[in-house]
Design a protein around this ligand. Structure first.
Ligand code: FEO
Length: 390
C-alpha cells in the first residue's frame, strides 16, 4: 500500500485498464488507460471522484484497504462523465451518511445519471472559492466550466498544496507505462479538451495565484516535479500557438498516387533543410495523432485525392476534427489530385476558410492522376514558400 500514498494523508485509489481498446469509444489507447481516484484521510474522509465501470472492483478494493475500516464522509464530484462518475450511485448506497459535494451544474446533471436516496439532504453545493474543512486539510473549489463538461471543477488542498485537476493534465496510458508525458498528454488534450482552449486559459489564470506542489489529474501520472513544464505545455496548447517548428504533411490517398506525391514532398522539404517533417497517412495512421501533430507544428500541407466531387473522406474527417477544435493560426499548403475534374483542393480550401488566421501558401498544386516532372518543380516551389525564413 505504501506506493499508493501520494502524501501521508492522500491516497491513490484509482486503477489501470489494460484491456481497453478505444477510450471514449474512439481513441486508440495501445498502452491502456488510467482512471485516477483519490482518498484524503482526516477527521472526515473524502473521496475525490469515483471510477469507470470496467475497473470498479480494483477501485473498491483500493478504497477499502486505504480506509482501513473507516467511513467515507464526503464524495467530491469534479466531473460527471461516466469514466469517473460511473460508481457514484454505488458509493452513495454503500455509505448512506456520505455527503456529496458538487456545484449547481453538478446537481442539475446528477439526476440524469443517478437516483440517489435523500440527495436533497446529502448534497453540499459549492461555488467559486468556497472551502470545506475536513480536519488538518482544507479544500477549496474553483469552477472550470467546459474544461471538458460544464459542471467541471477543480479542488485545491491548501495544507499540502495539491491541485486536483479533473481531466486537465490528463494523459492516455496506464500509470505503469514508461513513455514520454508530452506526446500522449498532447494527443489526449487535443482529442478531448482541444475545443475549449479559452476555458483552459481561464482556468490556468485562475490557479496561477496558487502555490501548487502536486497536480493530481483524473488520468495519467501524478505530477510532483517540474510542474512549470506541464503548465507551460498547457499554456501553449490552450492558446493555439504552435509548439514546434515543423511541417505536417497530411495525406488522404485512394490508390497510392497521392501518397507518392506526399512522400516526394517530404523528401524535398528535408533536402531544403526543414527542421522536422512528419507525414501522416490519414487512411491508415491514427487520426488522433494526426490532429495532435496539426496543432503541434506551425505548418501543414494537405494532400488529397478528389472524391464524389469533393475530397476523399479521411481528409474531410480530418478537417472536420480540426474545425471542431477551433484550429487556427497556421501556415497551410494544398496539393490536390484528380483524374478528370479535380475537386479536392477547392473543398479543402472552403473548409480552411471557416477557420481563423489561416495563411494559405502558394502554389496551389493540382496533380492529374500521377506526379509529373512539372509537378516536382511546383512541389519545390511550395516547399520554398513554406520554409521561407527557416
Ligand atoms: Fe475523463 Fe471528461 O472525462
Amino acid at each position: 500500500m505504501k506506493e499508493r500514498n501520494i502524501t501521508n494523508d492522500i491516497y491513490y485509489i484509482g486503477a489501470d485498464d489494460k484491456d481497453i481498446r478505444l477510450f471514449e469509444a474512439q481513441y486508440e489507447v495501445p498502452n491502456g488507460m488510467a482512471y485516477n481516484s483519490y482518498l484524503i484521510k482526516d477527521e472526515k474522509n473524502v473521496v475525490l471522484d469515483t471510477i469507470d465501470k470496467n475497473v470498479t472492483k480494483t477501485w473498491l478494493d483500493n478504497l477499502e484497504k486505504s480506509l482501513d475500516g473507516g467511513e467515507v464522509d464526503y464524495l467530491i464530484i469534479s466531473h460527471l462523465e461516466p469514466d469517473h462518475a460511473y460508481n457514484i450511485g454505488l458509493l452513495a448506497n454503500r455509505y448512506p451518511n456520505m455527503k456529496i459535494v458538487g456545484n449547481q451544474m453538478t446537481f442539475t446533471m446528477l439526476p440524469n445519471f443517478f437516483d440517489i436516496a435523500d440527495l436533497e439532504k446529502r448534497k453540499v453545493v459549492v461555488k467559486e472559492g468556497d472551502t470545506l474543512e475536513i480536519g488538518k486539510h482544507t479544500l477549496q473549489f474553483f469552477m472550470a466550466p467546459m474544461v471538458h463538461w460544464p459542471e467541471v471543477m477543480v479542488t485545491y488542498e491548501q495544507t499540502e498544496k495539491v491541485l486536483f485537476t479533473a481531466d486537465g493534465f490528463g494523459k492516455f496510458g496506464t500509470l505503469d507505462t514508461k513513455e514520454d508525458w508530452d506526446c500522449e498528454a498532447r494527443r489526449y488534450y487535443f482529442g478531448i479538451v482541444g475545443k475549449y482552449g479559452a476555458q483552459v486559459q481561464a482556468l490556468l489564470k485562475k490557479v496561477s495565484t496558487l502555490d501548487i506542489k502536486i497536480i493530481c489529474p483524473l488520468h495519467g501520472p501524478i505530477l510532483k516535479e517540474n510542474l512549470e513544464h506541464y503548465i507551460e505545455k498547457y499554456n501553449i496548447w490552450s492558446s493555439y500557438q504552435p509548439e514546434n517548428d515543423g511541417v505536417l504533411i497530411a495525406c488522404a490517398s485512394i490508390y497510392g498516387n497521392t501518397l507518392e506525391v506526399a512522400e516526394k514532398l517530404k523528401e524535398i522539404l528535408e533536402e531544403k533543410g526543414a527542421k522536422k517533417v512528419v507525414l501522416t497517412d490519414l487512411v491508415r495512421d491514427d487520426m488522433a495523432e494526426a490532429v495532435e501533430d496539426a496543432f503541434r507544428y506551425d505548418k501543414v500541407i494537405l494532400t488529397a485525392s478528389s472524391y464524389n466531387a469533393g475530397v476523399f473522406v479521411p481528409m474531410e474527417q480530418f478537417l472536420q476534427k480540426l474545425k471542431e477544435r477551433n484550429y487556427q493560426n497556421r501556415k497551410i499548403g494544398i496539393v490536390e489530385n484528380g483524374s478528370w475534374a479535380p475537386s479536392a483542393g477547392k473543398t479543402m480550401k472552403n473548409r480552411l476558410q471557416e477557420m481563423k488566421d489561416i495563411q494559405m501558401v502558394e502554389p496551389f498544386i493540382t496533380i492529374k492522376s500521377t506526379m509529373k516532372q512539372e509537378n516536382i518543380k511546383e512541389l519545390q516551389e511550395l516547399a520554398d514558400n513554406m520554409l521561407g525564413g527557416e
